[in-house]
Design a protein around this ligand. Structure first.
Ligand code: SF4
Ligand code: F3S
Ligand code: FES
Length: 243
């Protein structure tokens, strides 16, 4: 057992500060355990969002020592606890209180994406390779860590004009679905703002589900937009034969 100092953000959207808490750390603990211990013993009013403690609900995203991560999946033996450990809320979204952020912007932006639209009279038969391709995207747990780290959203308070990596993943899951006949390329090019992504790959680095966001979702979508709007021959054949 050892004693570790945590510097935890306390405040709301109007401001706040880091407050020090000392925690008795046991082997196997994760950051969320430390936060729970602080809540139980020192600060019962400390707000944080969590649910599954298994890396599956996507609720407990925060910035631990400046790195966006799921608190329930960040073991203390993987970080340097010889110095104080800082825990802040995700920076890209407004703070509700302490470590809880307001992520409703993502659900509003999601409305720009047209829903799954199967071809009329479809027989619902799919090749396994087509299932496999979109299955990766369906692993998303909507933790919004990728949205949090993407500089295009992080540096623009209004966040208009770019739907961000999470929603590009969702768009890819629909656009690459073999039974879907909807066309979302106009949305991607315009209000989706896919051109703003300059392939920094920060989103891919933080994804707890290890989705290849940039290589498997964003770049193929960018290619489709380019084909559609800047290569009329390819765009014609795509519309003719589907994708
Ligand atoms: Fe989280 Fe990955 Fe989904 Fe982004 S794509 S919301 S990082 S699970
Ligand atoms: Fe942002 Fe990911 Fe593109 S971090 S800039 S969406 S590669
Ligand atoms: Fe569910 Fe961390 S508590 S992902």
């Amino acid at each position: 057992m050892s004693t570790v100092t945590f510097k935890v953000f306390r405040g709301d959207r109007n401001g706040g500060e880091l407050k020090d808490y000392t925690v008795e750390v046991q082997e196997g603990m994760v950051v969320l355990d430390a936060i729970h211990q602080i809540q139980a013993e020192q600060a019962p009013d400390l707000a944080c969002r969590w649910n599954c403690k298994a890396g599956k609900c996507g609720s407990c995203g925060a910035e631990v020592n400046g790195k966006p991560t799921l608190m329930c999946m960040t073991r203390l033996d993987t970080i340097d606890t010889s110095k104080p450990v800082t825990v802040r809320p995700m920076k890209t979204f407004p703070v509700i209180r302490d470590l809880a952020t307001d992520v409703k912007w993502n659900y509003e932006a999601n409305k720009k994406i047209k829903p799954f639209t199967p071809a009329p009279g479809t027989d619902w038969i799919m090749f396994q390779e087509d299932v496999d391709r979109v299955q990766e995207f369906r692993k998303c747990i909507e933790c919004f860590l990728c949205q949090n780290v993407c500089h295009v959203l992080r540096e623009h308070d209004e966040k208009t004009g770019f739907i961000g990596p999470r929603l590009l993943v969702r768009t890819a899951s629909l656009e690459m679905h073999p039974l879907d006949v909807e066309n979302r390329l106009d949305m991607l090019k315009n209000e989706g703002g896919i051109g703003y992504c300059n392939i920094t790959k920060c989103c891919t680095e933080v994804c707890p589900e290890h989705i290849h966001i940039t290589d498997n979702a964003i770049i193929p979508l960018k290619e489709r937009v380019v084909d559609e709007y800047y290569d009329p021959v390819l765009g014609f054949f795509r519309r003719l034969f589907g994708s």
